[in-house]
Design a protein around this ligand. Structure first.
Ligand code: GLY
Length: 339
């Protein structure tokens, strides 16, 4: 058990590592706390919610929309939640996003915390303060940047995590290693998903180290003016693919990372695409896919990283060193057509 305080521009997030949800009572007063979770997490861990005010949402990315936000806000009004209320999202990325977003706007902002229950939420979604919802096919189109008051890690939730969700989370783990940590990339090459799934100590350590990569990047650039954009490695094409095709987030960004490696070959002289592709495939992630390039480009153009006719694209110089490059939409369209 370890507590680390992470300083951001206007706030501090307390990170409780290897803590256990049973310690939540020491962090937040039960009477003024509302836990927000989804059906899957609640059904698998109902006894852990005993004694807590809990709102249970439907599970799935399709519910990360304004209608869910409206319903949740109505429920909070019904429960007479006020400015002293603290919302705690117990779940994967959809739950952390919705909880953070609702808490940021309810009564113009109340406190919130997260207990991430998936690998993806542990290393990515719970960190960084960006919380939002999807609008049609556009991912995270509406949202806020507000840091949670705390994040509590309890690995027990991984016991009920479906295989596909492990793979989903490892896509983000590999992404962090690609942009910042060559040694972690090599460790992932030497191990396997099975290794991490069967050794609590290994997954716990990997999750903590990987989460710290993201925390450090966000601390340096909370409002995404520069370095934080590196975290979008694989996401520009990935997001464009994700909602048009039946792909999980991990699968979509995995394909996005492969294409970003190929674009890097042309623009930064990157020479390690094969290692990245092999690692993705080792963790059951797809590297390539047939897709309608024009259709995907038309969605990609709307990406939040576009600035007029230029797209800020994250590329690799080498494994462990991500870089930002501005590519004109014209050039990007051309490169994509020929990949
Ligand atoms: N909540 C995810 C992020 O801020 O990147």
């Amino acid at each position: 058990m370890k507590k680390v305080s992470i300083k951001f521009a206007n706030s501090t997030t307390d990170l409780y590592l290897a803590y256990g949800i049973s310690h939540l009572k020491e962090i937040t007063e039960q009477a003024s706390t509302v836990l927000i979770t989804d059906e899957n997490v609640f059904n698998a861990h109902s006894k852990r919610f005993k004694g807590w005010n809990t709102i249970i949402l439907k599970s799935g990315e399709e519910f990360k929309v304004q209608a869910t936000v409206d319903a949740l806000i109505e429920k909070l009004i019904e429960m007479e939640a006020d400015r002293k209320t603290i919302l705690v999202g117990v779940g994967g990325g959809v739950i952390t996003d919705i909880t953070g977003y609702v808490a940021s706007v309810y009564m113009r902002g109340i406190r919130f915390g997260f207990i991430p229950t998936s690998v993806l939420a542990l290393v990515d979604a719970s960190i960084g303060g960006k919380n939002g919802i999807d609008v049609g096919i556009y991912k995270n189109m509406v949202g806020t940047i507000h840091q949670p008051a705390f994040i509590l890690h309890d690995m027990v939730f991984l016991n009920s995590l479906p295989q596909a969700e492990w793979e989903n989370g490892f896509a983000e783990i590999i992404k962090h290693a690609c942009i910042r940590d060559a040694a972690m990339f090599a460790e992932l090459e030497s191990k396997s998903l099975k290794h991490y799934q069967s050794r609590q100590k290994s997954i716990c350590e990997l999750v903590q180290r990987n989460a710290l990569i993201k925390i450090k990047v966000v601390q340096k650039d909370e409002f995404e003016k520069g370095e934080r954009r590196l975290l979008n490695f694989g996401h520009t094409l990935g997001h464009a693919l994700e909602n048009q095709y039946e792909l999980s987030h991990g699968q979509a960004i995995s394909i996005g990372m492969t294409y970003a490696c190929h674009i890097s070959e042309q623009l930064t002289g990157f020479r390690q695409t094969e290692r990245v592709v092999n690692l993705l495939q080792k963790y059951n992630l797809p590297a390539y896919a047939a897709f309608n390039k024009q259709k995907v480009f038309d969605v990609l153009k709307m990406d939040k990283k576009r600035e007029k006719k230029e797209m800020n694209y994250v590329l690799l110089e080498k494994i462990g060193k991500g870089v930002m490059k501005s590519i004109s939409l014209k050039q990007l369209e051309k490169i994509l057509q020929y990949l």
